[in-house]
Design a protein around this ligand. Sequence first.
Ligand code: IPM
Ligand code: MN
Length: 352
Amino acid sequence: MKFNIALLAGDGIGPEVIDQAVKVSDAVAKKFGHDITWKPALTGAAAIDAVGEPYPDSTHDVCVAADAVLFGAIGHPRYDNDPSAKVRPEQGLLKMRKKLGLFANVRPTFTFPSLLDKSPLKQERIEGTDLVFLRELTGGIYFGEKGRRDNGETAFDNCVYTRAEVQRLAKKGFELAMTRSKKLCCVDKANVLETSRLWRETVQAMEKDYPEVEVSYEFVDAVAMRLVQWPNSYDVLITENLFGDILTDEASVISGSMGLMPSASMGTDAALFEPIHGSYPQATGLNIANPMATVLSAAMMFETAFNLPEEGKAIRNAVNKALAEGIVTEDLADGGKAYGTKEVGDWLAANI
Ligand code: IPM
Ligand code: MN
């Protein structure tokens, strides 16, 4: 098959980890007889520097025309401590999500048998953990009206959800649950927030369409707690944008390194794949960042965007083998030999 893939390397370690995912994807294409054309485009601080805005129209056009988007990371310290900056790299990410209609962010957390001792949690607590967050990505407090009043002394960010927004996300959640252990948890704060009550009421009304799915409703604060107590008690979790942002960072470290967790964003007009770690500016250019999350995002791309599970599996097998044989970057080396970003990428590509 022939694929056009938009390649948005972005900022910080983005370009380095993306290079490895390209290498590995090309190795997969070679092995399985596919033909990938990569279409690089600017995004983030790199795009601000080049053309003055973080998600230029030219990049949007490349993404819309592509079969999938592979994305590195966005963010630059130059903007983090400057609340007055008019253009910020993160705006590019939000604009991209909105314009591509990427409303469902799929963030899995799973453990690797060879890394159980790397987790900050006790081994017996995390064994068997295999859960997926479906985070709503184009609504809620991120996109509601925001501003200042009272001469700047008061600030507000409105959280708004429509029933239709909740339904389309929840539908993906129910469908995903049907392909897994048929357990769905709706995470909200319905004891306080009106938007959460809309979420709960909407999901409750959908239960009858999926009689086999066992649905639970839990408050976000309780989920934050249970996630570190018994992560293996969860399977599919659906939640709104901000709760999902926070809980998926929490969940991402369960496996032992944030540098391992991939993600997919699905939507109306495109599908985007990215590591869940950020731009990790301190490591930029040092060839130390873990490329595995990006490489596994490429696996998700083959599996979900192209419906090629065998290709995805080939990548996952290579990653598992690298972990088992200690071909890892310093975040996982634990006093042993640490390989560079590029060396891990080369090894993975050679082992497809
Ligand atoms: C994420 C990131 C983004 C978010 C930031 C960079 C805007 O933290 O993808 O989780 O908050 O959604
Ligand atoms: Mn986040």
